[in-house]
Design a protein around this ligand. Structure first.
Ligand SMILES: [Zn+2]
Ligand SMILES: [Zn+2]
Length: 380
């Protein structure tokens, strides 16, 4: 669809002064005003056209954009702002088209005001030790900024983008499919609404360039897996001076080879020998701060017994509290016995009584009662 030239619509020259345009607009508006032409569709369309032309040309900035880019400067095509929409989002459309990528805003019919930059997500994986002590992490975030060579137009200096002939600058094309009218991104201009014959060498016509930004993130001690740190204003830059988006750092903590974490407490499963478990002893266990500590194992310790070491867990975020370290022992049954060891154990077994194994003794005595009760019941 071709749109008439605004100057032509108002019947003025391209060099017309504001005063000249005002006079021309008033004269035409009087003639085609809907109140004077009730029911006249053509007059209504003309009136809208006049109004649109005047609204654009009477505004210095819009007029400059129009002179430079023609209708493409406001390329909302048929769905564009018409009569009654006081062109409130005109400026945003201009910038969407020429100083940003313009894809989203065009499809939605433009947005008033300046557009906020996108939020960014960064996945940061740290170790449990780092979560324990806190750390400053330097991260590199890929982001895009407006190309400063072409100021975002994507066109080589001296040339300018041309309204896309396929979609008339609308960025989207309609196609009928059965009963449905499908609207899709224009295949010719990929939604930009304009085509660039001579692309800017700096951004290859994209209007934006990729940049890597380096940021220093302070990860406080005590952070937990799944935590989200929001860094306000560290996302992508806004369009046409709009506020920047936020950066969300999604924190994950690598599994640790010794410690499992539950809130501020740490758990560590430690094997002990059968002899230590039976006779008592001391074992050495690791601590998250990199040190080690001793745990006294009393005689007769069973598998799954837990020992609490106070204050050796994780720090609590934004607090002075510290969790505990739980050592859970399990008795490791000896394997690969020598002949001599075998004899010793057999010798031990011959001297063993129910006193040595009260759990076993209790269990088997209960089991006999249980089975005896069952067979008694069966006989009746
Ligand atoms: Zn460029
Ligand atoms: Zn197109």
């Amino acid at each position: 669809m071709s749109k008439r030239d605004y100057y032509e619509i108002l019947g003025v020259s391209k060099t017309a002064t504001d005063g000249e345009m005002k006079v021309a607009f008033r004269k035409l508006a009087m003639t085609y005003h809907p109140d004077r032409n009730p029911g006249d569709k053509e007059a209504e369309i003309k009136f809208k056209e006049i109004n649109e032309a005047y609204q654009t040309l009477s505004d210095g900035q819009k007029r400059a954009a129009y002179d430079r880019f023609g209708h493409a400067a406001f390329s909302q095509g048929a769905g564009g702002p018409g009569f009654g929409n006081e062109f409130g989002d005109f400026m945003s459309d201009i910038f969407d088209n020429f100083f940003g990528d313009g894809r989203g805003a065009r499809g939605r019919g433009g947005q008033p005001g300046r557009e906020r930059g996108s939020d960014l997500r960064y996945n940061l994986e740290i170790t449990l030790e780092e979560a324990f002590s806190g750390k400053t992490e330097t991260i590199k975030i890929p982001t895009t900024i407006t190309c400063d060579v072409c100021a975002g137009s994507g066109a080589k200096s001296g040339s300018k983008p041309r309204t896309c002939p396929t979609c008339a600058g609308y960025g989207r094309v309609r196609a009928a499919q059965g009963f449905f009218a499908i609207e899709r991104t224009c295949p010719n201009c990929h939604g930009r609404g304009e085509v660039i014959d001579d692309p800017c060498p700096n951004c290859s016509g994209a209007g934006r360039v990729s940049r890597e930004r380096t940021l220093s993130i302070n990860v406080p001690a005590g952070v937990d897996d799944g935590l989200r740190i929001r860094l306000a204003g560290e996302g992508e830059s806004g369009m046409r001076g709009g506020p920047a988006g936020d950066l969300y750092v999604f924190l994950s903590i690598k599994p640790h080879e010794f410690f499992q974490r539950d809130g501020a407490d740490l758990f560590c499963r430690v094997p002990i020998s059968m002899v230590t478990a039976a006779l008592s002893g001391e074992i050495t266990v690791p601590v998250i701060d990199g040190s080690q500590t001793q745990v006294r194992i009393p005689a007769g310790t069973q598998t799954a017994k837990q020992f609490r070491i106070k204050g050796k867990g994780m720090p609590v975020l934004r607090s002075r509290d510290v969790g505990d370290l739980y050592i859970q022992v399990f008795v490791e049954t000896p394997q690969n016995l020598t002949k001599r060891q075998r004899e010793l154990l057999q010798e031990f077994d011959q001297t063993a009584s129910d006193e040595n194994h009260p759990e076993s003794a209790g269990f088997f005595s209960k089991m006999r009662d249980f089975l005896g009760g069952l067979s008694g019941a069966a006989r009746q």
